[in-house]
Design a protein around this ligand. Structure first.
Ligand code: TRP
Length: 426
C-alpha cells in the first residue's frame, strides 16, 4: 500500500491560541510521526488576503504560526512544511480549476452565503456588498491547495467540510473531462476537539474574542485564566466538572490520572479561585518549555525562514512536474508535445487508482533503466553519500541548462534519481 497523504493549512491572520493547538496543530504533528502518512502542512497566506487587508498583521501572523509549529516540535525532515505563496503552481492550478468550476457551485459556499445573508438582514440593496472575488471563489483556491499534492485526508474543523466536498467535486470534474490525475480528498473531523471552550465558555475562536494565546507570557496567562467564566457556587459546594470551562481546559492537557484527581476535587467543592490557580499552574508548567523555544525562534526568524524554504523545495519536487502534466491534460502543451499513446478512450477514463499507480510504477521503472549508469556509479563508490550528492548535483545542473522540452524529461529523471539515491543520503 502506498502512503496516504495528509494535508492541512492554517490561514495567517491571527495569533495561534489554545484552541488551534489542541484542535489542529497537536494532532497534525502527532499524525506526521505515523509512518503510514505523508504530511503536508502549510501557512495559507493567500487565504489570509481574503479576509484581512492589514499587511503588518498578515506578516506577523505568518511569523507566529511558523514559529509555533517549530516550537511544538514539528520535524521538517519528516513533514513537508511550507508557505502557500512559495509554491507558484498553486495559483496556476487555481486558475485551471476556476475554469472547470461552475459558478452555481460557488454560489452555494457557506462563507459567501453568510455575507449575502448579512447584507440582506442589514437591508442592503446590493446583496454582494463587500464581497470580493477572492471570497467568492475561495473554495477553488482551497481545492488547488489540496489537489496540487493529491492529498487523501484533510483534517479540518466542521466549518470546512463543505470546502473539502467542493474540492472532491472539482477534482471529479477534471478527472472525468480530461485525465484522472487527481485523488479525491476526504475531510477528517475530530469530534473531541471541536468544542474547546474559550474564556466565556463558547467555542474558543478569534471571532468571539475569547481566546487564550498559546504562548501568552506567564502574567498574561494568569490574567486570562482569571477571566474564565464560572458560576456563583461558593467554596465547599460540590461542582460539576464536565460543565466547567476550567475543568474542560485542564482535562485537555492532563493525563487520565490527573483528570480523575481533579474531578474529585470538583466533587469535593474546590473553590473557583483555587481551581483557577490550579489550571494556571498546570498549563504554565506544560507550556513553559515550548514558550521558551517559541520566543527563541521569534528572535531568529532567519532560521524559521530557512525551514520554510526547505519545505518549499520539497513541495515543489512534486508540484513542479505535476503542474506540467495537468497543463498538458488541458491542452496547454509545448508545441512539440506527443501525447501518451491512448488505447481505448473510455477504458482510460475509468482507470482505477490502482491502475494509475501501476502505470506510474511502469513509467518510473523505465526512467530508472535509463539511469542505470548513474545509480551503478553510486553503488560502486566508496563514499556512497558523497557520490550520490555529486550525481544529483550533476543532474540538477543539466536540468538548469536545458530548454523547456528536454527539461521536463530531465526533471522527471532528477525526481526519480532523488528517490532512488535517498537511501544513500542518510
Ligand atoms: N480555509 C481553511 C481555514 O480557514 C485553511 C485552509 C486553506 C485549508 N487551505 C486549506 C485547510 C487546505 C485544509 C486544506 O481553516
Amino acid at each position: 500500500m502506498s502512503k496516504q497523504t495528509v494535508l492541512t493549512g492554517i490561514t495567517t491572520t491571527g495569533t495561534p491560541h489554545i484552541g488551534n493547538y489542541l484542535g489542529a496543530i497537536k494532532p497534525a504533528i502527532e499524525a506526521s510521526l505515523n509512518p503510514a502518512y505523508n504530511s503536508y502542512f502549510f501557512l495559507a497566506d493567500y487565504h489570509a488576503l481574503i479576509k484581512c487587508h492589514e499587511p503588518e498583521r498578515v506578516a506577523r501572523s505568518t511569523q507566529e504560526i511558523a514559529a509555533t509549529w517549530l516550537a511544538l516540535g514539528l520535524d521538517t525532515d519528516v513533514a513537508t512544511f511550507y508557505r502557500q505563496s512559495d509554491i507558484p503552481e498553486i495559483p496556476q492550478l487555481t486558475w485551471l480549476l476556476t475554469c472547470m468550476t461552475s459558478k452555481g457551485l460557488m454560489n452555494r459556499a457557506h462563507a459567501y452565503k453568510a455575507s449575502v445573508d448579512a447584507n440582506r438582514d442589514a437591508g442592503k440593496e446590493d446583496l454582494d456588498d463587500g464581497v470580493t472575488m477572492g471570497l467568492f471563489s475561495y473554495p477553488i483556491l482551497m481545492a488547488a491547495d489540496i489537489l496540487m499534492f493529491n492529498a487523501d485526508i484533510i483534517p479540518v474543523g466542521k466549518d470546512q467540510i463543505q470546502h473539502i466536498e467542493m474540492a472532491r467535486d472539482i477534482a471529479g470534474r477534471f478527472n472525468h473531462g480530461f485525465e484522472p490525475l487527481f485523488s479525491l480528498p476526504q475531510a477528517q473531523v475530530d469530534e473531541a476537539t471541536q468544542l474547546i471552550p474559550g474564556l466565556d465558555g463558547r467555542k474558543m475562536s478569534k471571532s468571539y474574542d475569547n481566546t487564550i494565546p498559546l504562548f501568552s507570557s506567564t502574567d498574561q496567562l494568569r490574567k486570562l485564566i482569571n477571566q474564565i467564566k464560572t458560576d456563583t457556587r461558593a467554596p465547599g459546594e460540590p461542582k460539576d466538572a464536565d460543565s466547567s470551562t476550567l475543568f474542560q481546559l485542564y482535562s485537555l492537557f492532563a493525563s487520565e490520572a490527573e483528570n480523575a484527581a481533579m474531578r474529585n476535587r470538583f466533587a469535593e467543592g474546590i473553590g473557583w479561585g483555587d481551581a483557577k490557580t490550579e489550571l494556571f499552574e498546570f498549563l504554565n508548567a506544560q507550556l513553559e518549555a515550548p514558550r521558551q523555544r517559541y520566543n527563541d525562534l521569534m528572535d531568529d526568524l532567519g532560521y524559521v525562514e530557512a525551514q520554510l524554504q526547505k519545505g518549499a523545495v520539497k513541495a515543489r519536487e512534486h508540484s513542479a512536474p505535476f503542474i506540467g502534466n495537468i497543463l498538458a491534460a488541458t491542452g496547454i502543451r509545448p508545441l512539440t508535445y506527443v501525447p501518451a499513446i491512448k488505447t481505448d478512450e473510455t477504458v482510460k477514463k475509468e482507470k482505477s487508482a490502482e491502475d494509475i499507480a501501476r502505470a506510474e510504477q511502469g513509467r518510473r521503472r523505465a526512467i530508472v533503466m535509463q539511469l542505470k549508469r548513474e545509480i551503478e556509479r553510486v553503488e560502486a563508490a566508496d563514499d556512497k553519500a558523497a557520490e550520490a550528492q555529486a550525481v544529483l548535483a550533476e543532474k540538477a545542473l543539466q536540468v538548469e541548462s536545458l530548454k523547456k522540452k528536454a527539461r521536463q524529461k530531465a526533471e522527471n529523471e532528477l525526481d526519480v534519481l532523488r528517490e532512488e539515491l535517498s537511501r544513500y543520503l542518510g
